[in-house]
Write a protein that binds this ligand. Sequence first.
Ligand SMILES: NC(=O)c1ccc[n+]([C@@H]2O[C@H](COP(=O)([O-])OP(=O)(O)OC[C@H]3O[C@@H](n4cnc5c(N)ncnc54)[C@H](OP(=O)(O)O)[C@@H]3O)[C@@H](O)[C@H]2O)c1
Length: 157
Amino acid sequence: MINMIWAMDENNLVGKGDRIPWHIKEDLLYYKSKTKGQTVLMGDTTYFSLKGYYKDKPLPYGKIYVATIDKSLVIDGCEMVYDIISFLKRVDFDLWVVGGATIYKLSLPYADRLYISFVKGTHEGDRYFPTIDYSKYKLAWENESEQVRYTLFEKVK
Ligand SMILES: NC(=O)c1ccc[n+]([C@@H]2O[C@H](COP(=O)([O-])OP(=O)(O)OC[C@H]3O[C@@H](n4cnc5c(N)ncnc54)[C@H](OP(=O)(O)O)[C@@H]3O)[C@@H](O)[C@H]2O)c1
């Protein structure tokens, strides 16, 4: 099962440089409650950005797959993914795709479940999620707060 989880604003914005464009604590807690201890896939940009936050502390996931096209890049404690498409085609376990923009775009066709946090309003930034064809999914769950609409979309088989 391939799960994707991200937050985006009303323009599908997800990032600003290597950072998230907003700071919404409740969404961070929601994200952590879903991904803590899980097997995750992320791009190298997102990995190094997270390392900047966590510094010497371990990232709060289980196994970490890091996608890069730089075959000389090896990160201690992580599994490297140099060919993301053949990797995604082979996934037969619970995987959480946690960004960033490039990795979301490449993974979307293979994802079974989309955990989307719709951040209300618009923000400044330069990394966007691609347009989603919602006719391929059904809304399985939603919950709304003042700042965010939390949703789960499941792929229609
Ligand atoms: N809003 C959210 O929920 C959320 C969550 C996570 C991240 N983000 C944001 O997303 C942004 C980062 O996104 P990004 O697109 O710059 O970086 P990214 O998706 O984290 O990583 C991109 C990297 O993936 C590698 N890659 C590209 N194609 C590949 C392929 N076919 N196979 C294997 N690896 C491949 C490339 O590595 P090379 O270096 O080798 O070229 C590329 O630099 C940041 O702003 C971050 O804050 C937002």
